[in-house]
Design a protein around this ligand. Structure first.
Ligand code: GLN
Length: 193
């Protein structure tokens, strides 16, 4: 059985757990650092990245999460989760800095603070239901990362080896293909190990 953790300090934790359970994996809601042991992959939910970072520091998660990423374990960040994973954040210091991309927070503008749109996501489908809530834009990706989705000329999803990030919230829809894709990434990683 594949064990996937959802970092459960803040944000849309239950929704991610439900989407992963639909993909038939064992889900662990991670509240203590010891719970990272034995995970095959980890999800960073959407929510509020500054708050999540504060809690990451408060509960001693920063170094263990860095180590988890350095060991090449698969990670998937949605919205605030993607912000946590980015190497650079426009106008502020980065958090975990594991993915070769620059993000800009709340970047779709006031009139479009939240909206839904169909997305073409490479390797997943042409009709992925994108839910954007005060979403970041991935302003640019470095050579190590691959753009897998754009909306309105802006990058909204990227992949880099075992890391996956998107600006939108697949956990808030009944379309679980992004989660299934992440589970497949983990399966391949286990086979390669
Ligand atoms: N705007 C939030 C942030 O900067 C992210 C919003 C979300 O996750 N829905 O952290």
């Amino acid at each position: 059985m594949i064990n996937i953790g959802v970092l459960a300090l803040q944000g849309a934790v239950r929704e991610h757990a439900a989407a992963l359970e639909a993909a038939d994996v064992n889900v662990i809601t991670v509240k203590r650092t010891e719970e990272l042991n034995g995970l095959d992959g980890l999800v960073f939910p959407g929510g509020e990245s500054t708050t999540m970072r504060r809690l990451i520091d408060k509960y001693g998660f920063f170094e263990p999460l860095k180590k988890f990423s350095e060991q090449g374990n698969p990670m998937f960040g949605t919205c605030a989760g993607a912000i946590l994973m980015a190497k650079e954040i426009v106008g502020q210091d980065p958090h975990l800095g594991v993915m070769d991309m620059t993000v800009q927070r709340n970047a779709f503008g006031r009139q479009r603070e939240s909206f839904e749109a169909p997305l073409k996501v490479k390797g997943i489908g042409d009709d992925v239901h994108g839910v954007f809530i005060r979403a970041p834009i991935i302003v640019s990706t470095g050579p190590a990362a691959e753009v897998i989705s754009e909306y309105d000329g802006e990058i909204v999803a990227a992949k880099q080896g075992n890391f996956l990030a998107c600006s939108y919230h697949p956990e808030l829809t009944d379309d679980h293909r992004m989660h299934q894709y992440f589970v497949e990434m983990i399966r391949k990683n286990r086979l390669a190990a």
